[in-house]
Structure formats: structure tokens, C-alpha cells
Design a protein around this ligand. Structure first.
Ligand code: DC
Length: 225
């Protein structure tokens, strides 16, 4: 492989399988998987802990200069998130923090605050980066852009299984409702809304197994390398 950095941008709604697919593709290609949702989640957690309304632009913006957000990678490629030196990788994975993350991510100052952190990763490494605006805003020059989606039912079913495995008692109805609300919030915001880049490859995973989705993305990467 050449020295040139290669970047894959994977965007799409929650539960489409972005993170699982992106992590597996990165591992196969020897790239770093950058989970940008985890970074927004960490800002959401900081707002929650500070007792700040996550919809209030000025209140959240006031928190930003004091935030110490970092991430690193374990030997298995897992991205760990740190807030003020504390490992918050688990704490950011609750339904409540999902809603906080979605709310703070609509604030332009939050997006601007996190932009360089994300771009620096792609400058330094070949990456598979997933999120909502990677192909449109963060890495508009990405070598490959994918918009990964699936029906609301399929996505909610997958998220429910994930939550159940962690002992979370959420019901299908709750998960579907939360997901629809979050989609609406992420798609309708003015700042970098969730949408497919004009040059993104659309991949609907509703009827694909995980392995089939991973293979489909790997084939696209190989074709561009
Ligand atoms: O991918 P996720 O579910 O962990 O993301 C959590 C929230 O963060 C999501 O509802 C929207 C926001 N987000 C964003 O606005 N831009 C990104 N690049 C990644 C996530």
C-alpha cells in the first residue's frame, strides 16, 4: 500500500450498522476506525454532568473551553473516550446520552469545536470514519463515501438487541420512538444535517447480514485503493 492516506467516510442514521461495519472494514484494511458519534456523546455527557440544557446553544458553548476530551485506541483497535482524564467509553452508551449527543450536535459551536479533532485523525492516518456529516463536511475529499442506511424497523431491532445484551430494559416501541426522534433531530438541524453526500455510494442494509454489509464496503474500498 502507498504512503498516501486513504479515507473512507461512512454516514447514515443511527442503527444502520455504521460502527460495526466501519470497525470491521478498518480492521481488514489496516486503517484506524474513528467513531465521531462517540466524541459528540462525550460532549453530551459533559452537558448532562454539568446540569446544562443540551438544547441551549449559549449554555453548552460556555462549557466547551473547559472540556478536556481525548481518545485513544486499544490494541484491538477499540476507541476509548476520555473526559477530563476519566474513561467514559461505557458511560456515553446510554439512551439518555444518545439524546444529549443528538441535541448538542445541533449546536454550530460544538461542531466547530470538534472539527479539527476529526480532520487531524484523517491527516495523520488512513481512516474509516463514521458519523453524520463526514462525507459532506468533515472529509469532503474522502476517497470513498458511503451512505449506510436501513429501514427504521430493522435499525430499531438491531439497537434493541444491543441494549438487551447490556441488560437495558428498553422496549421495541421505546427504541423505535427514540430513534425516529433522533433521526428527525439529526436530519432537520441547520448545522451539518445528516444527509448523503452527492458522490456517496448508497448502501441499504435492511436485508443484508453484517458479513454481507462488510464485504460490500470492502469491495468498494479495494476498487478505489
Ligand atoms: O453515531 P452515534 O449514534 O453514536 O451519534 C450520536 C449523536 O451524535 C447523533 O444522534 C448525532 C451526533 N453526531 C453528529 O451530529 N455528527 C457526527 N459526525 C456523529 C454524530
Amino acid at each position: 500500500m502507498s504512503d498516501r492516506r486513504f479515507s473512507v467516510a461512512i454516514d447514515g442514521p443511527s442503527g444502520a450498522g455504521k460502527s460495526t461495519v466501519a470497525r470491521a472494514v478498518a480492521a481488514r484494511c489496516g486503517f484506524i476506525y474513528v467513531d465521531t458519534g462517540a466524541i459528540y456523546r462525550t460532549v453530551g455527557l459533559a452537558a448532562r454532568r454539568a446540569g446544562v440544557d443540551p438544547h441551549s446553544g449559549p449554555a453548552v458553548q460556555a462549557l466547551l473551553p473547559g472540556l478536556d476530551i481525548r481518545f485513544d485506541y486499544g490494541s484491538d483497535g477499540t476507541q476509548r473516550m476520555f473526559l477530563g482524564g476519566e474513561d467514559v467509553s461505557k458511560a456515553i452508551r446510554t439512551p439518555e446520552i444518545s439524546m444529549y449527543a443528538s441535541a448538542v450536535s445541533a449546536i454550530p459551536a460544538v461542531r466547530a469545536f470538534l472539527l479539527d479533532m476529526q480532520r487531524d485523525m484523517a491527516r495523520a492516518h488512513s481512516v474509516v470514519m463514521d458519523g453524520r456529516d463526514i462525507g459532506t463536511v468533515v472529509l469532503p475529499e474522502a476517497d470513498l463515501k458511503i451512505f449506510l442506511t436501513a429501514s427504521l424497523r430493522a435499525r430499531a431491532g438491531r439497537r434493541l438487541a444491543e441494549l438487551a445484551a447490556k441488560g437495558d430494559p428498553s422496549t421495541m416501541e421505546q427504541v423505535q420512538q427514540d430513534m425516529a426522534k433522533r433521526d428527525e433531530q439529526d436530519e432537520s438541524r441547520a448545522a451539518a444535517p445528516l444527509k448523503a453526500a452527492a458522490d456517496a455510494v448508497l448502501l441499504d442494509t435492511s436485508d443484508l447480514t453484517l458479513e454481507q454489509s462488510i464485504n460490500a464496503v470492502c469491495r468498494l474500498v479495494e476498487a478505489r485503493l
